[in-house]
Write a protein that binds this ligand. Structure first.
Ligand code: PPS
Length: 285
């Protein structure tokens, strides 16, 4: 990738809504509060789904908020210039989101009791999702082919940097009691019990019928039709024809797009970079 996207501390960011000054301030000066809930992901790993679920858990399944306020206002991205202002103005208890790698995350988090939910996804599916998303957006150089995007991805030369470093960084926090690690694959496989796990982590007890509402309003179909959740309200200058956030919402779509040679090349690098983790830690393995 060779465009003019901004860089901060060796990580590339999108061309719009970012500045190194705000990124530095978020890391060094922003005060995380004990009552904050923060959802964190590498891009294309289920961020907006998780945000919808958390928002609906907090409203006990009442969809009023998710149907009236755009997702980027109800769970602002702290590292976006506009999002940072929104988070600072939020009433307690605050709920916000981030794609930041651990080393760029607000330093004050590490001495707080704030809760972080980190959602990981098979990098192959995150790669395919990112490829289709960014080829229809005007915020970075558009990849021309999946092969090209795969090369950028494996080099960490994509927005928010290397998937491997992101995941290694955040997984180092997985034993902390204020950090919950989930996977997109678990959310797909058993949405109800994963939602219940989130409720337990957040200390929220929902009645079964309230959980039903959380599941209903955060479902792929509801989110795809909800203009507060599906990114159709993004400024048209940012997107091109065919852009969609809720594209497929499945596990394993990479198998429809990787060639055998690409799958083998990816596996080789994956095995090298992820060596040392216990078997079965990742639900896609
Ligand atoms: S972003 O742009 O980084 O914030 O994108 P992110 O929200 O992290 O990831 C987008 C992918 O999540 C899928 N998605 C869902 N899957 C299942 N159910 C629900 N409700 C849901 N909401 C979003 C979305 O379809 C993207 O994955 P792909 O594989 O592209 O379909």
């Amino acid at each position: 990738m060779s465009d003019n996207t901004p860089w901060f501390e060796g990580i590339r960011f999108p061309m719009v809504c970012f500045s190194p000054e705000i990124l530095r301030e978020v890391r060094d000066k922003f005060l995380v509060k004990d009552e904050d809930t923060i959802t964190v992901t590498y891009p294309k790993s289920g961020t907006n789904w998780l945000n919808e679920i958390v928002c609906l858990i907090l409203s006990k399944g009442d969809p009023k908020l998710v149907q009236s306020v755009p997702n980027w206002d109800r769970s602002p991205w702290i590292e976006f210039t506009g999002g940072y202002e929104l988070v600072k103005g939020q009433k307690d208890p605050r709920v916000y989101t981030s794609h930041l790698p651990l080393h760029l995350f607000p330093k004050s988090f590490f001495s707080s009791k704030a809760k972080v939910i980190y959602c990981i996804r098979n990098p192959r599916d995150a790669l395919v999702s990112g490829y289709f998303f960014l080829s229809k957006m005007n915020v970075t150089e558009k990849p021309e082919t999946l092969q090209q995007y795969m090369e950028w991805f494996l080099q960490g030369n994509v927005i928010y940097g290397s998937w491997f470093e992101h995941v290694r960084g955040w997984l180092s926090m997985r034993e902390m009691e204020n950090v919950l690690v989930l996977s997109y694959e678990d959310l797909i496989k058993d949405t109800r019990s994963t939602v219940e796990k989130i409720c337990q982590f957040l200390g929220k007890k929902l009645k079964p019928e309230e959980t039903d509402l959380v599941l209903k309003y955060s479902s792929f179909q509801f989110m795809k039709e909800n203009e507060m959740s599906n990114f159709t309200l993004l400024p048209h200058a940012y997107t091109t024809e065919g852009f969609t956030l809720l594209r497929k919402g499945t596990v394993g779509d990479w198998k429809n797009h990787f060639t055998v040679a690409q799958a083998e090349a990816f596996d080789k690098i994956y095995q090298e970079k992820m060596a040392g983790y216990p078997p079965k830690l990742f639900s896609w393995e």
